[in-house]
Design a protein. Structure first.
Length: 453
């Protein structure tokens, strides 16, 4: 028994042509391709049934994929709300769907949403969901927290430590070189007085220096009022360095950074409420002063109503009304230049400046120049010292400008006879100095010597 290779008609074994379609029949001893299996109506119905099943599978798969995508976005939103830091996410979900119930789904989370779905004639489904996210959700303190991103919802500083029990320390402190009585110690930041300040004491701009408030117990703080400079008045505020960038550290180890505005007055630093036994503030950057390189902080306040109400204007008005007039200021210095001289024709005229004297010259003449506009009523005092021992004092209260001359020269003279135990006719050899005072405040010192001929 054999079949026609074209129409599958049943043929005799010896037939050379098909009795149905006339196709030539190859003999059995020749190589031929296997006959195709006849396709019966039952098989055609099976194919149609498979296609229906495939459609059902596609619909079912799409429903599952939709549920997965919805769950994915719900999960991501919930995760962002509870996250304390940026969490990069890379998730891959692969599924193959085709005629044999294979689905192909790629889910890549990385942010900017991009979705593609392809269904081809072979029943293959390709769905790509690419999401690219670089979001930072910071519910707690971290170094990326900034003032613009944070909105305060808690009461201001719910638990404040007592001011008298708060200890303030610093990495360095400036010393008063003017002998005026200025105090630049760290405790000055707690006195609600803009005219006093902690001032760092290192060379340069003070970057890296710190001040620390330590509390007797745990405080709950979320707002600090700060005056970030030496704020006796706007002029001196701009002459000194002002704090620009600041790092705050808390006892739990968390840190935040802030950039302050370069403006005179109180500013407010806000952050999520933190329980802490100390606050350490480190200078990270400054606005340059026009005259001095000393960085200062006049006030640190977590207690007052100015902080509670975030009322910088009220804080400034309180200072100007109650404190500014009593602010300690260095005396105005009128002496611009000093030098030693030799008098001409027996007169103490300082026309020949000198750096040293011979033992026989007298008088010695100390000269000082002051502006022609120097007001009357100031007492200028010259104190003469030999090897550190005071031997002569002279007050000068009378001085008058000369027309068209910008300065007034005031002079003090000393004679050998002014010495406590004068020798016969000679000045003792050695070092001398004349110290000039203005209304009792030391202004400047002129040093000279007596040497042999």
């Amino acid at each position: 028994m054999k079949y026609c290779p074209k129409c599958n008609a049943l043929l005799n074994k010896e037939a050379e042509f098909c009795s149905e379609c006339g196709t030539k029949i190859e003999s059995e001893n020749k190589t031929s391709e296997p006959a195709q299996t006849p396709i019966t109506p039952k098989q055609k119905r099976k194919k149609s049934s498979n296609r229906l099943l495939w459609v059902i599978i596609i619909i079912f798969t799409l429903v599952i994929i939709g549920a997965l995508i919805a769950a994915f976005f719900v999960f991501r939103e919930s995760d962002e709300k509870n996250s304390n830091s940026a969490i990069p996410s890379n998730q891959n979900l692969n599924m193959n769907v085709n005629e044999n119930t294979n689905a192909n789904v790629n889910l890549n989370q990385n942010v900017n949403s991009d979705e593609n779905m392809n269904i081809n004639d072979n029943g293959n489904i390709n769905i790509n969901l690419n999401e690219n996210s670089n979001e930072n959700t910071n519910a707690n303190l971290n170094e990326n927290t900034n003032q613009e991103q944070f909105t305060q919802t808690d009461p201001v500083n719910p638990l404040r430590p007592p001011i008298p029990e708060t200890i303030v320390t610093a990495s360095s402190t400036l010393e008063d070189a003017s002998n005026t009585g200025f105090d630049y110690s760290p405790s000055q930041v707690l006195d609600q007085d803009f005219s006093t300040a902690w001032t760092e004491g290192v060379n340069g701009y003070g970057v890296g220096e710190w001040i620390k408030m330590e509390f007797p117990g745990t405080a709950e703080i979320n707002t600090i009022g700060i005056v970030p400079g030496y704020a006796r008045d706007e002029e001196i505020y701009n002459e000194n360095d002002r704090v620009a960038d600041l790092e705050l550290e808390f006892s739990g180890g968390s840190k935040i950074t802030r950039t302050l505005a370069d403006q005179y007055g109180m500013q407010f630093i806000e952050f999520p409420t933190v329980g802490t036994t100390y606050i350490k503030l480190t200078i990270k950057g400054v606005y340059d002063g026009s005259k001095y390189q000393d960085a200062a902080i006049a006030e640190l306040d977590i207690w007052s109503d100015y902080v509670t109400n975030k009322d910088a204007q009220a804080a400034l008005e309180y200072y100007q009304t109650n404190k500014e007039s009593a602010a300690l200021k260095p005396p105005v210095k009128y002496i611009e230049k000093t030098y030693m001289a030799i008098g001409i024709m027996g007169s103490p005229t300082p026309e020949i400046p000198v750096n040293f004297y011979s033992p026989t010259v007298e008088p010695m003449v100390a000269a000082a120049e002051i502006p022609a506009a120097t007001p009357q009523g100031i007492t200028f005092t010259a104190k003469w010292f030999n090897e550190g021992n005071l031997f002569h004092t002279q007050d000068i209260t009378s001085y008058s400008p000369v027309a068209e001359i910008a300065t007034i020269t005031i002079v003090s003279t000393a004679q050998i006879s002014d010495l406590v135990s004068p020798p016969d006719v000679l000045w003792p050899l050695g070092d001398y100095d004349v110290r000039w005072y203005e209304d009792g405040q030391l202004s400047t010192t002129q040093i000279f010597a007596v040497t042999p001929q």
